[in-house]
Design a protein around this ligand. Structure first.
Ligand SMILES: Nc1ncnc2c1ncn2[C@@H]1O[C@H](COP(=O)(O)OP(=O)(O)OP(=O)(O)O)[C@@H](O)[C@H]1O
Ligand SMILES: [Mg+2]
Length: 270
């Protein structure tokens, strides 16, 4: 893979720009909660149809960074964003941007599975219904397709009418992924999607991510270094709101450029 190395004005940040075109990118983004700065001038490209992992110690800004991509930080009154974030080179913080449309394109899966308290079917049909699809046959098609894509169909096809809350944690998380897929996003953000799951469910989600990247661009925040190493193509290491290193996952884990990355991935601290 061809890599071009750009040293930004902050010498500590080395950014690899890969031969993959960027689906999204941030340009010198800072994020403040009131007076406290959670992200410091982060410039990063998210390669299209790849899985990018965000790693770093607790409180370093991973979730804040992820929320930049679908403007979820807008919902936090004290949060203020500086710099720019682009989707297909269009600035998503521009005043004319329709945030509802944006969030349709950029789906999000959270740490704790959060199915709605309704049936399995209605969970997946929820988004399409909100967007105006009423016809039963079409909804059935969408639900089946998305549950299949989320590798859940075989397990739930006979209980579409039962409450989503009766599913196991791992099934609930895949249901949440199916719910995101039902609105046909382009990018899927996952914030520690496996941290509440057992190893088998975790493996299922990781396998699923490999399938999904054929059609979607994925960004995953994970505490679990093995997961980042196993399941991602690119890894970004954040420390105290700064991007320390970004690169091809295999390279970042085998030959990190920055001693701080090395310290973190070898478990010396964090
Ligand atoms: N809604 C908020 N209001 C004020 N400060 C916040 C808010 N959310 C996060 N922060 C602060 O921003 C910093 C980064 O938090 P963030 O949740 O992004 O970290 P994280 O890397 O996701 O941590 P963890 O691994 O524990 O989930 C922390 O100092 C945190 O206290
Ligand atoms: Mg977090």
């Amino acid at each position: 893979m061809e890599l071009r190395v750009i040293v930004t004005e902050k010498a500590s940040i080395i950014q690899e720009v890969t031969s993959f075109p960027a689906k999204m990118r941030t340009e010198n983004v800072s994020l403040f909660y009131g007076k406290s700065q959670a992200l410091k001038g982060v410039t990063l490209s998210i390669p299209r149809n790849q899985i990018t992992a965000i790693i770093g110690p607790s409180g370093c800004g991973k979730s804040s960074f992820l929320r930049l991509f679908n403007r979820m930080n807008d919902l936090i009154i004290s949060a203020k964003v500086e710099g720019q974030v682009f989707l297909d080179e269009q600035p998503i913080y521009a005043p004319k941007v329709d945030v509802v449309e944006l969030r349709k394109k950029i789906g999000m899966v959270f740490q704790k599975p959060n199915p709605f308290p309704m049936s399995v079917f209605d969970n997946v049909a929820y988004g399409p219904r909100v967007h105006g699809i009423k016809e039963r046959g079409i909804l059935e098609e969408i639900v089946e397709k998305c549950l299949k894509q989320a590798a859940l169909w075989e397990e739930v096809k006979d209980k579409l009418r039962t409450s989503a809350l009766s599913l196991s944690g791992g099934q609930q998380q895949r249901l949440c992924i199916a719910r995101v897929l039902a609105v046909e996003p382009e990018v899927i953000l996952l914030d520690e999607p496996c941290s509440a799951l057992d190893p088998i469910s975790t493996m299922k989600i990781e396998d699923l991510m490999q399938e999904l990247k054929k059609d979607y661009t994925l960004i995953i925040v994970t505490h679990n270094m093995q997961q980042a190493a196993r399941a991602s193509d690119f890894t970004a290491f954040l420390l105290a709101g700064e991007l320390i290193e970004f690169g091809v996952t295999k390279e970042l884990f085998t030959s990190p450029r920055d001693p701080r990355t090395e310290g973190y991935i070898t478990g010396r601290w964090g």
